[in-house]
Design a binder for this molecule. Structure first.
Ligand code: UD1
Ligand code: CA
Length: 455
């Protein structure tokens, strides 16, 4: 029997107090909906359908999902109405798994458990017990069996005391679901067509409804406001860091690291506090990330050390590089092995050869730097003429003195030495000392400018 997944994502999410549709609020750097989609893709389904509405096309565009069937719910008349929009294209013989776009931490293993524990012609609801169930639909049982779900606003005093709640994850045979949805009414407190009303209809038709409990609350928490969003962020971060620790990655404090994307680590990697990883980051064996670093879409070679307070984006390093403290690597930086980039150095779109050093206070952009080069403190590549960017090439073994301006396009030969303070506008030959300075003079009898009448 086939499986169709329907993800409900049409609601506005008023409680977020935001212009962004709720399912596009970000968790670990990705929209909530993207998390639900990745979980859905781990389940072997014939069809993944997303019901969208509030936010319109923006929702589609924010999650690139060519494998998804998008169904528009023009007016958001409730969760039951939302599912109904997706039913005409859903094969009668399939089972339907309904997921909520605002329940992002659900795991595919839990869905698999629901599917195997539920006979194909019966129904299941994923539930969880809460100390404070306020706001959620309550699972009403009789003799242990699920009878119906009552929404918070429609629940009487006794029902409000029930601690078992509906997570919104529901499994049901498609043909039966279609029939029940057609009979939904909106005569409730919110005037909406509640999906949860089909539970009582199933029971009335003698279809068993299995209340299957989730292992943890974190996995099934629904995100309705910014506080819950922050709670989910912490829960997800804990899960990601746990996985990495199991693979042997060391964290000074697992609660003080953030992973917003994919972090792949080799052996014996150590990460100090307040490191933020975004996009796709790879850390080679034995790399060490000191405190307060942002590393985005970068690949660091084995035993590379990133000292405190660096901002690294779109960079690649070889083995045993040393970066920072206070360095900025921008997109297109490729460091070979054993390269040192020190404090207050900004580098963009530049390749640096083995063992070269740029240790202090420099801006290097659009450059090709050979191996064994020493770039002195305060060196600047003047790569931009106001209109175009130009290249600087520095040959192997060159020594650039402190405070040098290299006005691109310009080429410094292999083994060349550039005297400190030079403004180099023409290419400098190999192995020679090239200097460009005004002659130093001292003026005898010169007087400091003083206030009128004081000298
Ligand atoms: C819903 C459940 C409640 C459950 C809770 C779990 C119903 C009636 N209530 O309540 O029992 O405890 O989830 O988190 O189902 N949506 C649409 N179209 C609509 C309305 C909603 O697509 O017309 C989507 C929303 O975008 C959201 C999901 O359905 O992703 C749930 O809607 P929401 O309004 O958040 O329902 P809750 O009040 O949380
Ligand atoms: Ca919700």
């Amino acid at each position: 029997m086939g499986l169709s997944i329907i993800i409900l994502a049409a609601g506005q999410g008023t409680r977020m107090c935001s212009d962004l549709p709720k399912v596009l609020q970000r968790l670990a750097g990705k929209p909530l909906l993207a998390h639900v989609l990745s979980c859905s893709r781990e389940v072997a389904a014939d069809d993944i359908c997303v019901v969208y509405g509030y936010g319109g096309e923006a929702v589609k565009e924010a999650v690139t999902a060519p494998d998804v069937r998008w169904v528009l719910q023009e007016e958001q008349l409730g969760t039951g109405h939302a599912v109904q929009q997706a039913m005409p294209e859903t094969p009668d013989e399939n089972r339907v798994l309904i997921l909520a776009g605002d329940v992002p931490l659900l795991m595919a293993t839990t869905i698999a458990r629901m599917i195997t524990q539920t006979p194909v012609d019966e129904m299941a609801v994923l539930t969880v017990d809460l100390d404070d169930p306020a706001g959620y639909g309550r699972i009403v049982r009789k003799d242990g069996k699920v009878r119906c779900i009552v929404e918070q606003r429609d629940a009487d005093n006794e029902q409000q005391k029930i601690s078992e709640i509906n997570t919104g994850v529901i499994l049901c045979p498609a043909d039966k679901l279609k029939a029940w949805l057609d009979n939904l009414r909106n005569d409730n407190e919110q005037g909406e067509y509640y999906l949860t009303d089909v539970i009582a209809m199933a029971v009335a038709s003698n279809v068993e409804v299995h209340g299957i409990k989730a292992d943890t609350w974190a996995e099934v928490m629904g995100i309705n406001d910014k506080k819950q969003l922050a709670e989910a962020e912490r829960a997800l971060q804990a899960r990601l860091v746990d996985e990495l620790m199991q693979q042997g990655v060391g964290f000074a404090d697992p609660a003080r690291v953030d992973i917003r994307g994919t972090l792949k680590c080799g052996k014996d990697v150590f990460v100090d506090v307040n490191a933020v990883f975004e996009g796709d980051v790879e850390l080679g064996d034995g790399t060490k990330i000191e405190s307060n670093n942002l590393i985005r879409d970068s690949k660091l070679g084995a035993r590379t050390v990133v000292h405190s307070n660096c901002h690294i984006e779109g960079a690649t390093t070889g083995v045993e590089c040393e970066i920072g403290p206070f360095a900025r690597l921008r997109p297109g930086v490729v460091l070979a092995d054993k390269v040192k980039v020190g404090n207050f150095v900004e580098i963009k779109k530049t390749t640096v050869g083995d063992g070269s050093k740029i240790n202090h206070l420099s801006y290097i952009g659009d450059a090709e730097i050979g191996a064994g080069v020493n770039v002195g403190a305060g060196t600047i590549t003047c790569n931009y003429d106001g209109k175009d960017k130009h290249k600087t090439k520095i040959g192997d073994g060159a020594f650039i003195g402190s405070g040098v301006e290299l006005v691109a396009p310009v080429e410094i030969g292999a083994g060349a030495t550039i005297g400190a303070g030079s403004t180099i506008t023409k290419s400098a030959p190999d192995e020679q000392l090239t200097l460009e300075r005004a002659r130093q003079t001292s003026i005898k009898g010169w007087k400091k400018p003083g206030k009128e009448g004081t000298s």
